[in-house]
Design a protein around this ligand. Sequence first.
Ligand SMILES: [Ca+2]
Length: 205
Amino acid sequence: MKRQALLLMMLAALVLVLGTAGTAAAAAGLDNGSFESEEPPRAKYQGWEDEYIFGWKPFAGSAWKNKEQEHVSVVACPSREGEKCLRLVGVEDNYVGIRSIHIPVEKKGFYTVSAKAFVKELGQPSRCQVWLEFWPADLPAETSTYRIAYHRANASALDVWQDLTVSAQAPDNAATATVLIIIHRTGNPQLPAEVYVDDVHFEAF
Ligand SMILES: [Ca+2]
């Protein structure tokens, strides 16, 4: 009887350990890469700026900050899994975009960001990109000054959902990674820029 009780306790401990590990793994990723979350944006989450969409902060907000809904919004997107996706509309000669929460990474670990993008209109040479960025520990501010490395993928095909993938090894002084999604509208103001993004994932490989 004693032995049975001991075995049960060991089993319970194992379940607890496995459960905790599973939770930790799930927590170490993006928040709201599907843009389906009903959670409100968090104030000063992880320091710096307030979130704009749950899990995402505004990037280089000066050009569009007073008219966010016009340029960055979560919209109904029936052609994707789920119901909603991100819509970005360009500002001439500027970047419009959002940056994810900081995700802890292993030094020299390998990571992949993938996303789906649908380019509705994008006059050349404007760009829509997904970035994988790496940051040091004890980050004093979230500016490019402190960013250690970045890697980018371009969306180019029009009117079709395309896969964007960026893979890279974390530098040996990296502590966190972020995902940045931007539209960079350049040149002629007559050329509009409108892109939809969904299913953003961050994974170790
Ligand atoms: Ca979605």
